[in-house]
Design a protein. Structure first.
Length: 161
């Protein structure tokens, strides 16, 4: 019985120590991939900058980035600079597919929703305190209800005599 308990402890120790070490070696064997940092939403006629980084987080210089609009009829190719940045200015709305590629490294993809520029809506100057709109004329409000009721009461009294 003592042998089987010791066996299980050794087995658990191997799982806890050996498996994470093997997983780390597999991720460091040169099969690292690219990552694209891009906005989720962009505006027509405004430049979009995407940043391509390696799995370690370093910018990737010389990666080829393809920008393809939803219809697929237009594809623009850019190369990342020293900071891993590639820029593109969309001319129409729709989905923009971004693909980054570099030889010997697994590529990355991103999708950007390109929308029209928001329309300018002028702000209404609103005051925190209500302003009086009484101009001295117009329909009677609650203020004249009492005299009208009293007048109706008086007329009814006179007619009932």
């Amino acid at each position: 019985m003592g042998f089987s308990a010791r066996f299980w402890w050794i087995f658990i120790l191997c799982i806890v120590v050996v498996l994470p070490t093997l997983a780390q070696e597999q991720s460091d064997d040169g099969h690292s991939g690219l990552s694209i940092d891009a906005p989720d939403v962009a505006t027509v006629n405004q430049t979009i900058e995407v940043v391509v980084t390696s799995s370690s987080g370093n910018p990737v210089h010389g990666a080829i980035v393809f920008f393809t609009l939803q219809a697929g009829d237009m594809q623009i190719q850019r190369t990342t600079d020293e900071m891993g940045i590639a820029a593109f200015t969309p001319k129409s709305v729709g989905r923009l597919y971004v693909l980054a590629h570099k030889s010997g490294v697994e590529g990355a993809e991103a999708v950007i929703d390109v929308r029209d520029a928001p329309e300018y809506v002028p702000q209404v100057n609103e005051s925190a305190t209500p302003q009086s709109t009484d101009t001295g004329a117009g329909s009677p409000g609650f203020g004249c209800a009492a005299p009208i009721i009293l007048l109706a009461y008086a007329i009814r009294k006179v007619l009932n005599r």
